[in-house]
Write a protein that binds this ligand. Structure first.
Ligand code: PLP
Length: 393
């Protein structure tokens, strides 16, 4: 059957592709270390799971309002007040099936055919595809490694055209781990206000910040910027709840209403019991969130120091999320490969270490290593990469 034009250029997620290949090798009996994961390796905290079980027994197994349970919206509102001193009304919040679905729904309701969305590179793999699926056009702004992969206001300004509708800011960033400072956000926000561009602020890694760095939402900086921003967040990364699929969007009432209407005809609602689990995630102790953050920080500090000792790798030290995004072009050339993609493939086949090539993130000279795996596995993976380089050079 001839498929719709809409999906003709759709590419599968590169992060999932490498994970599939690693699994294949594992199934064939190979001892593969996967550093491709985009999810915390911890189980969901006990009290959150208990809340879901309780919800089932209490009969909360039916449809909920499309935009999410009022009780969950109330917890999300409290979270914004506590963490960002931002006030939202329930009508300015929609709960979706993960942050990914919140972004998907958002692009569906704001983009007309040919509308442009500015996406700084390196980017999270799903942004361009989601924009294209909504009929939009991704406009890439190539950030410089020397500038810690951050978009400058000048770059943003230069990318704006008559058709620009929105810009995506992902801080802390997947894949680079970079965090924009208050001053940097203010400067970008000024450009957005001047040109009336919607800011899509993906804050899913908000809780995973290290080295004393601070997450700031661009919406916090002024009432004008709050009005101009849709915040995307969720419990997937903060509470180790990737499989539960609860994310949300907060911002302009008209946009949220349209998203809710669209959800009412697509998902109906996010899973009822997962919403009860998310209520427990926000209303209960935040100690597990901090414990996981500390574990990530310890791993980051150890493996970052080891990785940059390997000849051919250079890396800006991440400030958040759980990825390292080193430049591996020199390492690839030293090992006899003309592309980082080929180098990554050889690493998987010969050294049995699965990394994600940067090409999927719009940065073909880099690779992404996730440290959402045990320190022991991480140490072993670095040993293998080191041995691989020694054997090739
Ligand atoms: N935004 C970014 C930058 C991500 O890395 C991810 C997950 O990998 C998401 C959004 C989606 O999160 P969720 O699992 O809540 O859909």
């Amino acid at each position: 059957m001839k498929l719709a034009k809409r999906v003709a250029s759709l590419t599968p997620s590169s992060t999932l592709a490498i994970t599939a290949k690693a699994k294949e090798l594992k199934a064939a009996g190979h001892d593969v270390i996967g550093l491709g994961a985009g999810e915390p390796d911890f189980n969901t905290p006990e009290h959150i799971m208990e809340a879901a079980v309780r919800a089932m027994h209490e009969g909360h197994t039916k449809y909920t309002p499309s935009g999410g349970l009022p009780a969950l919206k109330a917890e999300i509102i409290k979270k914004f007040q506590n963490d960002q001193k931002l006030d939202y009304k329930p009508s300015e919040i929609i709960v979706c099936v993960g942050a990914k679905h919140a972004l998907y729904t958002l692009f569906q309701v704001i983009l007309d055919e040919g509308d442009e969305v500015i996406i700084p590179t390196p980017y999270w793999v799903s942004y361009p595809e989601q924009v294209k699926l909504a009929g939009g056009v991704p406009v890439y702004v190539e950030t410089a490694e020397e500038n810690s992969f951050k978009m400058t206001p000048e770059q943003l300004k230069a990318a704006i055209t008559e058709r620009t509708k929105a810009v995506i800011i992902n801080s802390p960033s997947n894949p680079t781990g970079m965090i924009y400072t208050k001053e940097e956000l203010q400067a970008l926000g000024d450009v957005c206000l001047e040109h009336n561009i919607l800011i899509v602020s993906d804050e899913i890694y908000e809780k995973l910040v290290y080295g004393g760095h601070e997450h700031i939402s661009i919406a916090q900086l002024s009432p004008e910027l709050k009005k101009q921003t849709i915040i995307i967040n969720g419990v997937s990364k903060s509470h180790s709840m990737t499989g539960w699929r609860i994310g949300y969007a907060a911002g302009d009432e008209e946009i949220i209403r349209a998203m809710t209407d669209l959800a009412s005809h697509s998902t109906s609602n996010p899973t009822s019991i997962a919403q009860y689990a998310a209520i427990a995630a926000y209303s209960g102790s935040q100690e597990p969130v901090e414990r996981m953050r500390q574990a990530f920080e310890e791993r980051l500090n150890i493996i970052y120091e080891r990785l940059i000792q390997i000849p051919g790798f250079s890396c800006v030290k991440p400030q958040g999320a759980f990825y390292l995004f080193p430049n591996a072009k020199k390492a690839a050339l030293m090992a006899g490969y003309d592309s980082v993609d080929a180098f990554v493939e050889a690493l998987l086949e010969e050294a049995k270490v699965a990394l994600v090539p940067g090409s999927g993130f719009g940065a073909p000279d880099n690779v992404r290593l996730s440290y959402a795996t045990s320190l022991e596995q991480l140490q072993k993976a670095i040993d293998r990469i080191q041995a691989f380089m020694e054997s090739k050079t």
